[in-house]
Design a protein around this ligand. Sequence first.
Ligand SMILES: Nc1ncnc2c1ncn2[C@@H]1O[C@H](COP(=O)(O)OP(=O)(O)OP(=O)(O)O)[C@@H](O)[C@H]1O
Ligand SMILES: [Mg+2]
Length: 399
Amino acid sequence: MRDVQRIAIVDPSDATREPLRNLLLGVDSVWLEAECARYEFFFDVIRQSQPDSAIVCLDADQAKAIQLIGQVAAEYPELPILAVSGRNDGQAILQALRSGAREFLTSPVQLEELLTVLQRMPRRTRGTDSSPGTGPGKINSRVYAVLGSRGGVGCTSVAVNLGATLAQAKEFSVALIDLDLALGDADVALDLMGDYTLADVALNIDRLDMAFLKRSLCKHASGLSLLPHPVQMEDCSLIREEHLQRLINLLRASYTHLILDLSKSFSPTDVTGLRMADTILVVAQLELSSLRNVVRMMLTLGNDPELAPKVQVVLNRVGTETDITVKKAEEIIGKPIFWQLPNDVKAMSEARTCGVPLLAQAARCKLQQSLAGLAQALTGKGARPAAPKAKRWFWQASS
Ligand SMILES: Nc1ncnc2c1ncn2[C@@H]1O[C@H](COP(=O)(O)OP(=O)(O)OP(=O)(O)O)[C@@H](O)[C@H]1O
Ligand SMILES: [Mg+2]
């Protein structure tokens, strides 16, 4: 199970407590540990439930609420307290903060503001057990942008198979966003047809909440979730940078790993994806046009102080006949190769034809082993091939 932030809330008013509760229940990275309707009882609730953070709504009785914040802050100085009020009363906000609240939010609380504040709240360390109630230590969400150095270089194959491989680790929840908006085929590679696409998310961006967002992703048997590109070509223009920014920020709260399958056009959404990524995997092959484009990309990406440190070059289809050695490629690019994926036409083309990840088709092939190694190199743990588990669900999926 994913690690979570355990939260206790107090708000005597049902009218404001319920929407806040629903908001918190929609966030996978949050565990609503305790909900209290009386300021008088909240101190005991905190003592018994030992949450990671506390939310105190001020409006039912400001004086009592502020006194409570002072009492809790004095007794549990490490417990971050978030004060909430809809009154826009500067004096009350100041008093709450002076009494020991670390953050303040205006009611009705907006999901993104809540997520931003929760991310800022310091976490209490409680050991290594990750189950709720015994002490989680949150896995920070990671975003991997996969960028091809020319058409057909293996960008989607890497994105899909890296995603499916990561999704095998039980502590990971992984989503793939197909940002090759016009011609993407991650849905074909996974044989998935969702009810929604990125276009639906863009059209509903103003009322986007966690429940809608989760409905928009379709889940593959491997555990990997997919948000497909728009079906209609003309809908591609609906998806703008700010939509993607919002989407990625929200998905980060529910998924430990996000993978972006980018187009090769350096469109505004691609650039947003690159900026929001923690790691940019540039997929290349040992041939001239691909390597020349990597050099061109490095001139752009490498000169951007924000992007340059995130770029890692992944060589795909290593082992195909070529005069260019890996060493030569490194000299041309001016950067060490991060990972090499072997050429395996049979396994990969069968997997693509059947619309399944390699894990299903050839879990033990060298290419899948190498993808598992890439997953491990990126995450530092987990994500082994898990062949027996993969076999079981895939026999069902492909039979
Ligand atoms: N390691 C590999 N070994 C053998 N074949 C591979 C390998 N990686 C990818 N391929 C094959 O290369 C072809 C192109 O792969 P893929 O669709 O992943 O590339 P892409 O960069 O996403 O292409 P596009 O430019 O269309 O987005 C596919 O037919 C796939 O089966
Ligand atoms: Mg592709």
